[in-house]
Every structure is written in structure tokens, then in C-alpha cells.
Design a protein around this ligand. Structure first.
Ligand SMILES: [Zn+2]
Length: 323
């Protein structure tokens, strides 16, 4: 495994400048999940009081040197903006779609960097200054539709996934993270590079820095008169919906009342995680484990919190109990 790469403070700073939108991040588990063999991402917690850890130069350095693998969030919740758009494609014919997008982006004078992935690849586009997530999405969704490139919607079916995956985040939300480029994929146990430069950290970063970035003016022109195709408007519960969907009585919440078919694996039931499903994840339908002995206990292996799962099934945890 090529984990012996050494980085420099300048490379770490350049990486942060290009990719870091907020301090929160995810970490890919080093060990595979016992049942699925997959390496899930989770939000790392500090030793003290389970406070989430924030991305630091040291974290980025460890990622680039291959010791850990981080996932990056696209939206800064304070501004609802992102420094980049990443297009993830991992199905048969994925590369063809990504190359088609790359070619047509170039016709808009937009440089897009193609990164290898375990299956297919990721196409990265950078903004001169962080742009509204909504505007980024309007541009890419419309371009993909125009080119006949399938976009993955919630539920089954293949297609590209576009990060940012939300127009905006509410307080306490994170949206979806994507594997940070230039690290080591734990599942594949190897580093993936951008095709546009030699497979060397310094050259890769120089390549990314050299790419033309989309200016605000350009983006404004690209999306003039356009909206997000209605089928991709993300519905999320508003705070008033949440109140109505609380159970009428004080009956204890039982996750088994709210999930689909379960199967028995060892001492747990396993089923699709409702929170993962909301964002089109958990296609395998096995992220959520529910203890058979005590069905009040459940965990999503992809890292969804209890709050996220409860919200996804329309039974959010009442505020007073989340202290
Ligand atoms: Zn989940």
C-alpha cells in the first residue's frame, strides 16, 4: 500500500483552501463492518463528552499521508455555500457519463478534474469564491439533464450523485460527505489520483491549483432563467410538520414499527436505514441493526444518529429528551 507519502505544511494549507468548507468532517472506518465488509464513514467524536471533532491541518496531513481517510462536507451552514461541486458516478458506464460532463463543462470554459474511485470516478469543479449550494446544483442538474446523463433520485436506479446534495442546511445539519481526494480508500486499500497530472501529491495539488475556477459572474450566466428541476427539489420536514407527526400518546417509540422488512443476522435484525434511504443511500438495505433482545436499541452502521433516524421516520425525539 502506497501510504509512505510525505506531505508539507504548504500542501496541507493548499488542500484546506481547495476542499474544506466547514470544520466538521467524517472518517472512514479502518476496519470493515463485520457483516457487510464495507468501510463506513462516521463523524468522529472527541474524547470529552462526545463532542464532534473538527478538521485541523494535522487531520488533513494524516489523510494525505494515508494514515486516516476523511470525508468532506460540501456546505458551510453559516453561508449555505460550497467551494466545489463533486459529481459521483459508480455504475456501469459511469466513466462515459463523467467524460461527457467534463467535455461539456469545458465548452462552458469550466475545468473539471476527474478523480478515480473504487467504481467509476468523481468529477470535481471548483469555485473562485464559495458559491450558493443552490446555484451550484441548478447549474449541474440542468447540464446533466440537457446531456441525458441520468441523475440518481431517492430510491432505486442508477445515476450520478451531485454534491452539494442539498440547497441549504438547517442548524445542526451536515448534508452528505464525499471521500476527501488524494487519500487512501480503506475498502480498496489504495490511493486514487486525478487523471490530469502525474501520480505525485505535489504535482496533483499543483494541477488542481492551476485549474480555472468558476467565477460568480460565470455561474450567474450559466443559471440565468433556470431553476432546479422539480423532481430533484429535496423535500424535508419543516418544523411545523414535525410537531404534527409526534405520536399522540406518550407510547414508547419502537423502531420496528417504522422500518420495512427486516432479516435476522446473529443477534440483530438488519434492515434499510430510513435516514440513509432519504438520501438514496443504503441500497443494500442493511445499514440499520436493531437488537432482537431489546428492540429499543438500534444503530446505523453508516453513522446516522438517533436524531437523524427518528426525524427520517417522522417521529423526531422531543427536544426535552435530547439534552
Ligand atoms: Zn443511516
Amino acid at each position: 500500500m502506497d501510504t509512505t507519502i510525505r506531505t508539507t505544511p504548504a500542501l496541507v494549507r493548499a488542500y484546506g483552501r481547495l476542499f474544506m468548507n466547514r470544520r466538521a468532517y467524517t472518517l472512514q472506518s479502518v476496519r470493515p463492518h463485520l457483516e457487510t465488509g464495507r468501510h463506513y464513514y462516521f463523524r468522529p467524536q472527541g474524547k470529552l463528552a462526545g463532542r464532534p471533532l473538527g478538521l485541523t491541518p494535522a487531520t488533513i496531513q494524516r489523510h494525505l499521508e494515508g494514515e486516516i481517510t476523511i470525508g468532506l462536507y460540501s456546505i458551510n451552514p453559516a453561508t449555505q455555500r460550497s467551494k466545489w461541486v463533486a459529481i459521483d458516478a459508480d455504475y456501469d458506464g459511469a466513466m462515459e457519463d463523467l467524460l461527457k460532463l467534463q467535455y461539456h463543462l469545458l465548452r462552458d470554459s469550466v475545468d473539471a478534474a476527474l478523480e478515480m474511485s473504487k467504481r467509476g470516478g468523481h468529477l470535481w469543479i471548483f469555485m473562485e469564491r464559495p458559491a450558493l449550494a443552490r446555484d451550484c446544483r441548478i447549474y449541474i442538474y440542468n447540464l446533466a439533464l440537457q446531456l441525458g446523463v441520468q441523475i440518481k433520485a431517492a430510491g432505486p436506479g442508477e445515476g450520478i450523485e451531485i454534491f452539494p446534495r442539498h440547497d441549504e442546511l438547517r442548524l445542526g445539519e451536515f448534508g452528505n460527505a464525499i471521500r476527501g481526494p488524494l487519500g487512501v480508500h480503506r475498502g480498496a486499500n489504495r490511493r486514487y489520483w486525478f487523471y490530469g497530472a502525474d501520480y505525485d501529491l505535489e504535482k496533483q495539488m499543483a494541477y488542481l491549483n492551476r485549474l480555472r475556477k468558476i467565477s460568480e459572474e460565470q455561474l450567474r450566466q450559466f443559471i440565468a432563467g433556470k431553476t432546479l428541476p422539480p423532481e430533484f427539489e429535496r423535500k424535508r420536514p419543516s418544523s411545523s410538520d414535525v410537531v404534527h407527526s409526534l405520536p399522540a400518546t406518550g407510547r414508547e417509540f419502537r423502531i420496528l414499527d417504522h422500518v420495512g422488512k427486516v432479516r435476522r443476522v446473529g443477534r440483530n435484525y438488519v434492515t434499510k436505514c430510513p435516514s440513509c434511504a432519504e438520501t438514496g443511500h443504503d441500497r443494500g438495505g442493511d445499514n440499520l441493526a436493531i437488537s432482537i433482545e431489546d428492540p429499543r436499541k438500534y444503530i446505523c452502521w453508516a453513522g446516522c444518529t438517533r436524531e437523524m433516524i427518528r426525524r427520517a421516520v417522522g417521529c423526531p425525539i422531543p427536544e426535552r429528551r435530547t439534552a
